[in-house]
Design a protein around this ligand. Sequence first.
Ligand code: PLP
Length: 398
Amino acid sequence: MKHDPSRAIFEMKQFGEFGDVNPSITDSATYTFLQAKTMADTFHGEAEGCFLYSRHWNPSNKYLADVLAAMEGTEEGWVTASGMAAITSAILQCCSAGDHIVSSVSSYGGTFAFMQNYLPKFNILTTFVDITDLDAVRKAITPETKLIYTESMTNPMLQISDIPALASIANEHNVRLMVDNTFTPMIIQPAALGAHIVVYSMTKFINGKNDCVAGAICGSHEFINSLIDVNNGTAMLLGPALDPLRSSSILKNMHTLHIRMQQHSKNAMYLAIKMKEAGLRISYPGLPDHKGHEVMKSQMHPDFGFGGMLSIDMITSEKASRFMELMEMHDVGYLAVSLGYFKTLFSNSGKSTSSEVPEEVQLDMGLSAGLVRFSVGLDHDIARTWKSIEHCLQLMEN
Ligand code: PLP
């Protein structure tokens, strides 16, 4: 493995102004200069180490962005007030009116809705494809295409994107490949595999505490600088800056991400094997019968497992609802959207985080009405958790 994400974070040396082991928090919106010329230079991006205004850059946000860039192995990062802010800013920076996107049909419902319902207002159109069908990706590309968009592990179908193959299609057609790596930080490094831009909802595994929403964009110097350009940078002009108090708390949580990902993966693998043995219709990329298992093995960092996300198909939404209510009652976790939390979270994707996707598209992509998506938590005693799930399954039969 060429790039070691946890080592890259471990080796970061970031101190506060008094040698504080956690960098100081800069809670200022604006910054003063001793010379007017330095301010003018900063406006034009020509003054190294100077800060102008916190919508543009803030030192606390920069500390976090630097750690993210180190983890991803990209030249730069920029942090945003939500995952959607990262996704929408990065897409709008790549595309102008008349441009076209090829996107995975299985992607977070908000991303799908942005492409399907919102971008057409600007005459930016999207063709949705099964992202594992590389011929379909190639065929969908038109002379107007500027972007191929996917998620490393797709939400909610848990398909695995073949990032090197998609990057080579993108390069052949001179378009960018943007990858949302929200489900698999540490496990997959999209940029090292050829993606041009990596986006995150940090709300999930990266922060891991469910105490805020936040996002990130990682890419080249050139791309990040274009995003914050004072004249036409999408991030600078739309203004989705992250609050520096938040970025400083997320920064601290990043230093435990490697341990958390290992435990999420270990617990998810345990449950996946038990669920499979119990005859449930389970999807987990760590199981050899998962369609994306081999692709995942070829691009994952072996130290961090196959991730914390799995799903089971309860066939109907009614059965899914009853099962989730029972699991909440019997301390398996919480019936809640979102993921990457220390507690197990579960939701019925078709009725929640993918409800923006029209029913016929859900059917077409194979999304069952009874799909229960799990984000497996950090439980110390996962065998006990499985016993509770088994008990809930027995109650379902009565
Ligand atoms: N990307 C993925 C894969 C998600 O699951 C989500 C939210 O659920 C988002 C992006 C959006 O992130 P946020 O809620 O932080 O805006």
